[in-house]
Design a binder for this molecule. Sequence first.
Ligand code: NDP
Length: 311
Amino acid sequence: MKRDALVFYSPVDDPTAWRDALASELPDLDFRIDPDVGDPAEINYALAWLPPKGFFRRFSNLKLLTNLGAGVDALLNRDDLVPVPITRLSDPGMVSLMTSYVIFAVTRYARDMHIFERAKRRGQWHYVHPRPLAEIKVCVLGLGELGAHAAKSLADMGYDVRGWSRTLKTIPGVECHAGRGSLETLLGDCEIFVSMLPATNDTQALLGARELALMPAGAKFINVSRSAVVDEAALVAALRSGAIGEATLDVFGAEPLPPEHPYWALDNVFITPHLASITVPALAVRDVAESIRRVRRGEPPLHQVDPQRGY
Ligand code: NDP
């Protein structure tokens, strides 16, 4: 009898956690971990994060591809995939982890912690009078599942939050803007910027030398989405000159970040190794299983990505 099998691939996620979580939802699903895929013709579903080039070429009967994360850029524009619906994960665990990172990164600057970290290294008691959060304008670029929650949480804490997206959003406490026409004003008006934009054809190098120069001198820049939205060379130059005062970066053009990359030598760059958020299998598995059930019934899956839009 032909099996109904799923292939799992991820360089970072634990396959056994996913196998156990999915077994509780779909006991009849045959869960296979790459490279032990058995007969590739039996693979109907893929659960994958950063699969290498050519990975999908074997799977001609694929019916659903679930990205083990929110950012789907590595799955689009591939030449090894039959046309199948692509879905992304959307789980409350990922949202709260991301929000905790953004609150930390924004607050580290807003409460001058980066200054105290340096003062401690110099062995110096260095007083900086705290500013009220309501005076600190934070701009969240991208108000999707992750960005909207982070923006609202910052507003709830008392920051003066502006948000930017492609289509206009309504988020309590957040002054929302949409479209390219409003970007320049926002860049000139805020002091801490958080990129939560996906990497798409439209957002590629959206923040170049010109846009970075529009930010106030000494602005803080936090990137938790994709490095492609920023011109890395322009950012390095702006950080060197002090035009951009500080950056917190979780995502890079090359990961792991090569030892020779200029970011390592810049004292005003805080680096984390692409872990602002992760998926929590126990919380994400319901939607993954529900999408498989829907595809089995011939219905569209949950959280389907629009390949034309790129997210
Ligand atoms: P969504 O797809 O839910 O939202 C994307 C947001 O960006 C939307 O608000 C969208 O606008 C906006 N946007 C897209 N294109 C444009 C554009 N051209 N101009 C203006 N706004 C635009 O994404 P998530 O919130 O779930 O995640 C955001 C990104 O975070 C992911 O794409 C991924 O790259 C990254 N990520 C990083 C992680 C990490 O650990 N560092 C973990 C998880 C995700 P609109 O609402 O109008 O459609």
